[in-house]
Design a protein around this ligand. Structure first.
Ligand SMILES: Nc1ncnc2c1ncn2[C@@H]1O[C@H](COP(=O)(O)OP(=O)(O)OP(=O)(O)O)[C@@H](O)[C@H]1O
Ligand SMILES: [Mg+2]
Length: 395
């Protein structure tokens, strides 16, 4: 590593610019790392992926890859010494070993952002302490009386494990005695949060970038439709009043500043019938609901992430056209029982003049596994959604 070319000194920030040509280390080797690597390499950076499993989506398209556990301090130290800055694309990395990285190289976002966001209890308490309106919740420690806590919260509610949840895994909606019994059987020995079930008007998200120079920009608010707790469609611009979009953006910018994030932060929100914005969760990395930026925004979230962690000027976030992003899960393959009998009909998406297909190179489709996505642009968000639904049905 060479000395920093430029030193930025802001009240809370003191980082140097990492110019193109340098090496960016990425913890995590999934599809977010893959799309980050594409963006970084286009800007002339080299990518070094650190990921426990071999043959993942990101390693396949990166110059360098280390396959060692996240707890291997020696391997993390060697990795840190070989790169110019480190970021991550995955939240479920133990935060402590990251201290070893910070001894040698800039880590963005800082490990304490990861520590706050990777545990639902810490994240919700942080939001509540800072007056950012989380979904009303109660905490349950392992071994506490979960059934009593659920009854106290009132039905319907959602029980979620405090750690390691993603894509709707580790959560159960409790609406009756049978689902209550299921939640107790599944989570009795774990730390949990119990949330009030919110009968929201719609779900929204905002991806915000904050550079190591202190510059901040928010992408347009996305309207998200989930199916079985997994993101299905993201619609941009969100079909909400302009004041609501402005309020969501203001809230997201305030959270990013308060959390002192350098990099990307995605803020997931529920919009209630009364027009309130409740924070569902935070993710300090590129977000599935930001994939539309690859095809319908002047700068993609992945390029913005590179710019933010390297201290480059942030890119333009103008929306080029109304767009809908659709996730492609393993469910789209043809299945007979547990056996795959056919591929999705890629032709349907490829033949559409305003659709773009993105596949992540994962070898093994599984039900519920994110294998890729596609986007469709159109004259309005409504017509883009119609086209997206039709293409999804034909996949
Ligand atoms: N309290 C709630 N009230 C209503 N719906 C909820 C609630 N909690 C979760 N959901 C639904 O389940 C989805 C997934 O929940 P959440 O974001 O907490 O889980 P996750 O596993 O972290 O998902 P992801 O990784 O996709 O963000 C939400 O986007 C929402 O559609
Ligand atoms: Mg979520």
């Amino acid at each position: 590593m060479t000395a920093c070319a430029l030193n930025f000194q802001l009240s809370t920030l003191n980082f140097c610019m990492i110019p193109p040509g340098k090496t960016i280390g990425v913890l995590g080797g999934g599809q977010l790392g893959r799309m980050f690597a594409h963006a970084a390499e286009r800007l002339g950076y080299r990518i070094h992926i650190y990921e426990p499993e071999a043959n993942g989506p990101a390693g396949e398209v990166s110059a360098l890859e280390t396959n060692r556990p996240y707890t291997d301090i020696e391997a993390l130290t060697t990795f840190a010494k070989s790169v110019d800055v480190v970021t991550y694309e995955f939240e479920n990395i133990p935060a402590e070993p990251l201290w070893a990285i910070e001894k040698h190289v800039q880590l963005h976002p800082h490990w304490n952002v990861l520590e706050t966001c990777q545990n639902r209890m810490r994240e919700k308490n942080w939001l509540r302490k800072n007056n950012f309106s989380p979904v009303p919740f109660a905490e349950v420690e392992a071994g506490d009386d979960l059934a009593a806590a659920i009854r106290k919260m009132g039905l319907p509610c959602v029980v979620k494990t405090a750690d390691f949840g993603y894509d709707g895994k580790g959560q159960i909606k409790v609406a009756d005695d049978a689902s209550l019994a299921k939640a107790v059987a599944s989570f009795a020995k774990q730390r949990c949060v119990i949330e009030k079930f919110i009968d929201f008007k719609c779900e929204l998200s905002v991806v915000v970038a904050r550079s190591s120079t202190g510059e901040v920009k928010a992408f347009s608010v996305a309207e998200n439709i989930h199916t079985k707790h997994i993101l299905d469609f993201s619609i941009v611009p969100a079909r909400i009043p302009a004041e609501t979009a402005a309020a969501a953006e203001t809230l997201a910018l305030a959270i990013v500043e308060k959390l002192n994030v350098v990099g990307l932060l995605a803020i997931e929100l529920f919009l209630t019938d009364r027009g309130e914005l409740l924070v569902n969760e935070l993710a300090p990395r590129p977000h599935n609901s930001g994939h539309w930026t690859l095809d319908a925004c002047a700068t993609s979230q992945f390029e913005q992430h590179v710019r933010a962690v390297c201290g480059l000027p942030l890119g333009d976030v103008s929306v080029i056209a109304p767009v809908v992003m659709v996730n492609i899960l393993g469910d789209a393959w043809k299945w007979q029982g547990n056996v795959i009998t056919g591929e999705p009909n890629w032709q349907a998406v490829l033949a559409h003049p305003r659709a773009k297909l993105h596949l992540y190179g994962k070898k093994e489709p599984r039900i519920g596994r994110k294998m890729g996505h596609f986007t469709v642009t159109a004259a309005t968000p409504g017509t883009a959604l119609e086209a997206a639904r039709e293409l999804k049905a034909r996949l």
